[in-house]
Design a protein around this ligand. Structure first.
Ligand SMILES: NC(=O)c1ccc[n+]([C@@H]2O[C@H](COP(=O)([O-])OP(=O)(O)OC[C@H]3O[C@@H](n4cnc5c(N)ncnc54)[C@H](OP(=O)(O)O)[C@@H]3O)[C@@H](O)[C@H]2O)c1
Length: 271
């Protein structure tokens, strides 16, 4: 085998070696996995996918592919890592797209002898391209694959940065768990009012329309994904306590009929 210096323009070649590699995506028949299958194919890679009943077997994927990516629903992720991990070759790369990073990265390290890179694309399959969007990488055991994920995503226009699984999950406790929790609270409160949704839309303001679209996306598109993102976050207890304290503070101020105090609180929320 001929050794050569890896080059950005030819990232389909295994990092540092002449042999081109193929990519396997477990969960690549739907959702974000299918989106990335299309992306990698657009970059010239051969991509194999699997779902629950269709596509390549995990044995074949581990045997054929230089890179295998786990992209299944959060509640199925650990079982899939336990299955694919021991099949992976030592010189291959095991990655995942899970929206939480601590548990899956620990499991990939524990169950595989391959190299391991956690990854979280901070966008969903409804976007046209990754141009200008964020992708988090959590390098856990990286040697010969160093640089490949970053390069291929940068080439696609993404803003790629590295962090630890712990820091990622801490930030997602706010960006995803708190954010979606707040949307769900609004959705439940709207239902509790008993007002007909058509009537709400008839009276709607632009800002309310924007909020309704967010509520519809979170509550209707993939409720189990949001439920797992919230319940699985290690910081969720602290975040809910903060949320409750903030609501109590607002309630007390409103009950005191203190608009100046409320305005101060509202101003404080922006800083
Ligand atoms: N959706 C997003 O916005 C988004 C963004 C970033 C990261 N993520 C992460 O990406 C992962 C996948 O999320 P998703 O929203 O793409 O999920 P999804 O749309 O519900 O499903 C993705 C794929 O998983 C397969 N699948 C479902 N259950 C499975 C099981 N028990 N075993 C093996 N494969 C199974 C499905 O294949 P079949 O239906 O063919 O069986 C499908 O191809 C999650 O970890 C999520 O946290 C999602």
């Amino acid at each position: 085998m001929t050794l050569r210096i890896a080059h950005d323009d030819d990232s389909r070649t295994m990092w540092g070696l002449m042999k081109p590699f193929e990519i396997g995506i477990i969960g690549g028949t739907g959702g974000i996995g299918r989106w990335f299958a299309d992306f990698f194919r657009g970059e010239g890679y051969i991509v194999h996918v699997s779902g629950r009943r269709t596509g390549m077997s995990l044995d074949d994927m581990a045997r054929i592919c230089g890179v295998v990516i786990v992209s299944v629903p959060i509640n199925a992720t650990m079982a899939v890592i336990h299955e694919i991990g021991p099949l992976m070759k030592e010189d291959a790369l095991l990655m995942d797209f899970t929206s939480l990073k601590g548990e899956p990265v620990r499991a990939m390290l524990a169950h595989s002898r391959s190299e391991v890179m956690g990854c979280h694309p901070l966008f969903g399959p409804d976007v046209q391209s990754m141009e200008g969007l964020n992708i988090v990488l959590c390098p856990a055991k990286i040697n010969r694959w160093k640089g490949w994920p970053e390069n291929v995503f940068r080439k696609g226009g993404a803003h790629v940065f590295e962090t630890t699984p712990e820091k990622h999950d801490e930030m997602m406790s706010v960006i995803q768990a708190l954010n979606h929790l707040d949307t769900i609270v609004m959705g439940l409160a709207l239902r509790e009012t008993g007002i007909d949704p058509a009537e709400l839309k008839r009276f709607s303001t632009p800002i309310f329309n924007t909020k309704l679209a967010i509520i519809e996306k979170v509550c209707a598109t993939n409720p189990r994904l949001y439920a797992d993102i919230i319940t699985g976050n290690p910081d969720i207890g602290r975040i809910i306590a903060i949320y409750e304290r903030s609501l109590s503070l607002l309630k007390e101020t409103i009950e005191k009929n203190d608009p100046e105090g409320l305005a101060e609180l509202i101003k404080g929320g922006f800083q």
